[in-house]
Design a protein around this ligand. Structure first.
Ligand SMILES: [Fe+2]
Ligand SMILES: [Fe+2]
Length: 383
């Protein structure tokens, strides 16, 4: 439903249809995008916009009463980010299905989904990371595309990227593997290891994705190179062109690190999922060949040594799920403690380890990372 509101009530997460009152001095302008940062609101204010028309049915947030901007200590919303994630997943399913059937696709429509993801990250980045790390198995390729886009937004924001760059990076992340939908399904879905010939076909998906997106509205050179180079490596041992760091674009190193993390922490028909903590340990072993210097360290700063989604045992023998990283204290995240020492469910309690003394001072530490699958624990119950 369309509704006119004063600019003072506009909030991050709202979908703005248009603005301007239609007068000669203030003509009506169509916007049709999500407000994904307070900067966008300031931009409208600088343009002299006094009121906007929002579409309530598409907005992730309701109007903010005048003078009552969200206070810093209000608990962040989890329902809107979840809705944003699920909407985007449906969009990805629809687009990828069209690609697979060889139908014409308007990829530029996906910027609405990208804006929803960005608004969800602005609303509650910790919860969005958790949604990405729930262990869904059956629709891996779709969720993986969405997760890479989502985690790229979170990581790139941490690196200082913003505005349109962030939006185009998120688009590239969403379609980094679109070429896989042109790989024969018997290879794409083959349980077990691929033969050398099959692997060569699979590796062609970066080039296929580049070709598929080339020339479409909403894409540009940087997006296309982000897709083409997402399996390139820092030392030039990647594929398809082995360009090394010198020949790389800005987006692909970010997509690449997130892609590897998401793939390692996902369960597939031929492998179990690594815990997020174990995935980081493996990535540390490859960091010199794979990532630009310092990039993995920045990744850990952003997502923590125990990234959201890691199931842990604390030194007081209670168990819980890491729900939020603390960039200023990467090894001491926020844990939602849900299970007793004997793994009996208990009343959930949030423990912010960054604000809790270490065990040596009578407090508590993380003692071990556990695989919830082995313990028959479903992570969805935690959030
Ligand atoms: Fe890929
Ligand atoms: Fe991928």
């Amino acid at each position: 439903m369309l509704k006119d509101i004063p600019l003072s009530q506009l909030a991050v997460g709202m979908y703005v249809e248009c603005y301007g009152d239609g007068s000669f001095q203030n003509p009506r302008r169509t916007l049709r995008e999500f407000i994904h940062s307070p900067e966008k609101i300031r931009e409208l204010a600088r343009e002299g916009v006094a009121s906007v028309t929002i579409d309530d049915s598409k907005s992730l947030a309701g109007p903010t009463p005048a003078g009552e901007r969200r206070r810093a200590n209000k608990p962040p919303d989890t329902e809107k980010p979840r809705r944003a994630y699920e909407h985007c997943l449906l969009h990805v399913l629809d687009v990828m299905d069209k690609v697979r059937r060889g139908c014409e696709v308007d990829f530029s429509d996906s910027y609405t989904a990208v804006d929803q993801l960005m608004a969800g990250v602005d609303e509650n980045p910790a919860h969005m990371t958790l949604l990405a790390k729930l262990r869904h198995f059956d629709d891996y390729t779709f969720r993986h595309s969405l997760n890479v886009s989502l985690l790229s937004i979170i990581f790139a924001k941490h690196l200082g990227m913003q505005g349109d760059d962030l939006r185009r990076l998120a688009f590239a992340g969403l379609y980094h593997d679109v070429g896989k939908f042109r790989v024969p399904v018997e290879i794409l879905n083959k349980p077990g290891r691929l033969s050398d010939r099959e692997f060569a076909v699979m590796k062609d998906h970066s080039r296929l994705g580049f070709e598929l997106l080339r020339g479409h509205p909403g894409t540009d050179k940087e997006i296309l190179l982000g897709v083409l180079h997402h399996h390139e490596r820092y030392d030039g041992t990647g594929y398809p062109l082995q360009v090394g760091q010198e020949g790389r674009d800005r987006f692909s190193p970010i997509i690449s690190i997130v892609d590897i993390f998401d793939a390692l922490t996902s369960r597939r028909s031929y492998k179990l999922a690594s815990t997020p903590h174990d995935a980081l340990k493996a990535m540390f072993c490859w960091r010199n060949e794979t990532f630009p210097p310092g990039m993995l360290e920045k990744f850990v700063e952003c997502f923590g040594v125990y990234p959201p989604g890691t199931f842990v045992r604390l030194t007081d023998q209670t168990h819980g799920l890491v729900v939020e990283a603390r960039p200023e204290s990467p090894a001491r995240p926020v844990v939602k403690v849900n299970f007793s020492r004997r793994l009996q469910p208990m009343l959930p309690k949030l423990v912010d380890l960054s604000a809790t003394p270490k065990s040596a001072q009578g407090g508590v530490d993380i003692e071990a990372c556990l695989d919830p699958g082995e313990l028959n624990i479903t992570l969805e119950r935690f959030i």
